[in-house]
Design a protein around this ligand. Structure first.
Ligand SMILES: *[C@@H]1O[C@H](CO)[C@@H](O)[C@H](O)[C@H]1NC(C)=O
Ligand SMILES: *[C@@H]1O[C@H](CO)[C@@H](O)[C@H](O)[C@H]1NC(C)=O
Ligand SMILES: *[C@@H]1O[C@H](CO)[C@@H](O)[C@H](O)[C@H]1NC(C)=O
Length: 355
């Protein structure tokens, strides 16, 4: 005991000396370690957006708010400012160099597609004359920056666990993750699942749910979400080699259909919202799914980084396509995000994690 106290005292003195002479071991990193990139606020910055959406020919109509007639532009010019440090501005050429001959894959639902399209636009606009091609093999869309040998892929897989067609019908198998065969050997994986767990009726893409060998018509959806995340966590622990692959989880992307959550009780949607909430607090609080997700992530032994986009995106009631997505008030969209827009910030933060 005495010698432990003594030796840690010595270590403290040595560190103190090093600090005195201005040597901080791993200086930059220790400053970053104390900065939570997800705690901050939105500020208007005329040097944003990171790209002009008209220079990104492959944005899907669903996210092409300006092309679909959205008249206001301020929502494209907000930059995320963490409280305790600055984010490095996204540098597409640097990103492409770092990922030369490598592969990146987003895995998840249409929010993953939103972030995938954002990243391909951010990279393409940095090298507008570089060659690229886009192909699709089954459920995987592959955007290749051919001059860099970089593949940026999207595996559409809304639950991460399997849905299998059997004699009784389509079975959502919470313990089965055969779909993971597509995720091996990738250099960077960014997962997401949440929005489909509450689907019911005709848009629910399964008839039965199976867990622990028992098949039933339905179970509590939050429990199902948690079971699936634990299955995915087990997949990460048995399949990921951290020396090769970086793993991220996108986090829960919030929707804005209830103005009571941002102190505008009359608002039934995000239509007409032109500004974010300018503080750091969202009156409606965090969605309960986030704590389920964080709990599942805490059980994984391999390194996985949560891109904790929930809080910062909650503040962006102005960022959704609303009637400027697939169009018309019936198809009003307050779940996805305009491009350029909020997912560019998710990718800018992702970039800061790989620097
Ligand atoms: C797209 O790029 C990949 C990788 O360079 C290449 O193998 C493939 O043939 C290209 N496809 C098309 C249609 O050009
Ligand atoms: C909207 O949010 C308020 C406050 O959180 C809640 O009391 C109300 O039930 C919500 N309304 C709907 C339709 O979800
Ligand atoms: C989200 O914001 C709330 C209110 O500002 C804060 O209490 C909470 O810690 C934040 N959560 C995260 C994950 O940053």
């Amino acid at each position: 005991m005495g010698s432990w106290v003594h030796s840690s005292f010595c270590v403290a003195r040595i560190l103190g000396l090093l600090l005195l002479v201005g040597f901080v071991p791993n200086g930059g990193a220790s400053e970053e370690a104390s900065c939570d990139l997800f705690k901050g606020r939105w500020v208007l910055d005329e040097n944003y957006p990171l790209y002009n959406p008209s220079s990104c020919p492959f944005i899907e109509r669903e996210f092409s708010c300006q092309k679909n007639g959205r008249p206001d532009h301020f929502y494209t010019q907000y930059r995320w400012q963490p409280h305790d440090c600055d984010l490095a501005r996204f540098d597409g050429v640097d990103f492409l160099e770092r990922f030369r001959e490598k592969s990146i894959m987003f895995v998840g639902d249409s929010l993953s597609r939103n972030q995938w399209q954002s990243l391909t636009c951010m990279l393409h606009s940095a090298v507008p004359n570089a060659n690229y091609n886009v192909t699709r093999v089954d459920d995987v869309s592959i955007f290749t920056f051919t001059d860099y040998g970089l593949k940026v892929m999207l595996d559409r897989n809304v639950y991460l666990v399997d849905v299998v067609r059997e004699k009784i019908g389509r079975v959502l198998k919470l313990d089965s993750i055969v779909g993971g065969k597509l995720w091996k050997e990738i250099d960077m994986l960014i997962f997401n699942t949440w929005h489909w767990w509450n689907r019911r009726g005709p848009s629910q893409p399964w008839d039965y749910v199976e867990v622990g060998g028992r098949v039933s018509k339905d179970i509590d959806r939050m429990v199902a979400f948690e079971k699936a995340l634990m299955t995915w966590a087990g997949w990460v622990d048995s399949n990921i080699d951290p020396a090769k692959t970086k793993v991220f989880f996108q986090g829960i992307s919030p929707s804005h259909y209830n103005g009571s959550q941002w102190d505008e009780p009359k608002a039934r949607s995000c239509v007409g919202q032109k500004e974010p909430l300018l503080g750091s607090t969202y009156p409606g609080g965090l969605p309960p799914a986030l704590s389920v997700l964080k709990n599942a992530l805490s059980k994984i032994t391999k390194p996985v980084t949560l891109l904790d986009v929930t809080n910062l995106s909650l503040l962006r009631k102005d960022g959704h396509p609303s009637i400027y997505g697939l169009g018309g008030t019936t198809a009003m969209d307050c779940s996805h995000w305009c491009l350029c827009g909020v997912p560019d910030t998710w990718n800018e933060i992702l970039y800061n994690f790989i620097l």
